[in-house]
Design a protein around this ligand. Sequence first.
Ligand code: GLA
Ligand code: ZN
Length: 689
Amino acid sequence: MKHTPLTPKFPQMLHGGDYNPEQWKDYPEILERDIELMKEAHINCVSLGIFSWADIEPEEDLFNLEWLDNTIERLWKAGIHVILATPSGARPHWLADKYQEVLRVAEDGTRNFFGGRENHCYTSPVYRERVKIIDELLAEHYANHPAVIAWHISNEFNGECHCELCKKAFREFLQDKYGSLEQLNHDWWAHFWSHTYTNWEQVQPPSSKGEDSIQGLVLDWKRFVTKQTIDFMKSEIETVKSANSEIPVTTNFMGMYFDGLDYFQMAKELDIIAWDSYPMWHAPWGNIAVAQCESLSHDMMRSLKKSPFLLMECTPSTTNWHSVSKQKRPGMHVLSIVNAVAHGADSSMYFQIRQSRGSAEKFHSAVISHAGTNNTRTFKEVTEVGELLQKLTHFVYGTDSPAEVAIVFDVQNKWAIDASKGPRNDGIDYFGEIQRVYHYFWKNGITTDIVDETADFSGYKLVIAPMLYMFRDDIQKKFREFVSAGGTLVTTVFSGVVNQNDLCFLGEDTEEKLSDVMGMWVEEIDGLYDGDKNRTSWYIDRTRLFYDMTQLCEVIRPTTCDVVATFEKDYYKGCPAITKNAFGEGFAWHVAGCAPEALFDELFRQLDEKLQLERAMDAEIPNGVSVTWRQSDDGRKIVFVQNFSDCDALIPLKASYTDMVTGNKFGEALPVEKQKFRILLENPPKNDE
Ligand code: GLA
Ligand code: ZN
């Protein structure tokens, strides 16, 4: 086991999920039956108490832990562990009735009514105090209970509050950062439209009703929201840790496509990364695309701490909040869990164990449905996952996913792109660009880390920084060192335009823009209407390949770079579309337009040929089959082969493998039925070879 166990008190693959017994207090027979069914489904852990505040503290300072004591005792007797939540994600009526300030204020200045969840003011001293009181009680009572293996802090942190308390904290954050209004006016470029600040009180959060034209403000507000969320989360962590510092803490993230918070910063405060994954399997765009999208998010979650993570929630079958609640087809549930484990998950946890009888989540599937039996398709498939995880525990748990490739995905860069007016207000598809870059590696079983601009790049062979509009945290220096030391860097269109405050870099070929490393500088960025394109032509081995660039194209001024491909149309006909520059021991490439996946596939094929990137398997992988690997303790590859396509596949092999589920050995060809998987261990080479 390369990594220390996520949950040292119970170092095993976790199987379980959110359990909400407080909804079933009037049904004692159901609570009894739940535990029997959990055992049957090989559930070894539940997340408890996430939304239990009203049942733990029904009135201010009146506490009732009897039902929770009982629940934990009964679970523990059955050998089921507990990830205990702090209940701050949703509050009881009395709290909001008495202390209005805990309710959030919206961007237009109106205060919320009571309702919903994950919508409290993070600054409110009253909310922090009430949370501290209940967290302290839980921690004193349960932090040393043998069943409790981790803390689940709050639930899916998200959102922002525009109340006076938050505004005051925002102004303090800015004073701390800029020191003076002169500096702030400069760094936000506020001497613009006469918006110069002459007094700190004039600073308001961005609002469509007020100031939304200063992009430095938009960025700093989002940074403040992350800071304030972390501050709140840390106060909870301190409380629970003070009772027993050995119990690890986590909170449930929402994957890569949630861009409200900077998860790379939050990750530093947590012992375990955990996330809630709800892909739209069987959507009209097909499972192959869904699997790729999902794998990317798993990779980012693993990269946050370069360690295995917990899949904290996923649905056993349907998701009630998707546009359509489609059932997972037979086999899909186990396949989707294998995909999570393949990318670094050390658990399969569900929302939820017992399906709600009423309210908003009654149509969200659960391990135990309204039928209340073991005799449902979903229950059986969950049981199958439980059996599989038991088999995997001894050789997969805690193993590493070594990566030679990193893709830079930086949420602060996304904030900056989204806030920017121009060069294309009809959409600049940053997520799409990341996906198109990721495709080659996903398809070929090459592990990629997904890192932000604060990363250390020194251990990678290849770093790709798609559409990195905002250069921050001295990334130019890190890229310069990386390439000079022999690394290969690829940047794409709309990169290195602004600094961390969204101020454009000045000058022609400057180090700030990384022009020395790239061997060129960008003179113009052309926005293309939907449907517009500019063809590029690329000579490779005496054949000419054509690709259509869309959305954004750059007019490039080469200095020392080679021009690898050129644009074919318009006034920048003949100008570089792909450049390559030798710098120190390494190379820096640039793609000067929004390129299709096929262009990136070809570019990375060439780089891969040169760099000889480590693959899960040395084999031709059919379309729709994904191969991924983790490294077993003795250095061998544990290979996860997953067929997301609608055809059975046969993969010709160059090495021999043992199927860790069936025990079968494969040396020549590996059959993988559609919507099925194999988990293989590379066999050691024979002595006589
Ligand atoms: C989120 C929440 C859960 C539940 C699920 C339903 O992930 O954390 O409480 O509402 O969604 O999919
Ligand atoms: Zn507030």
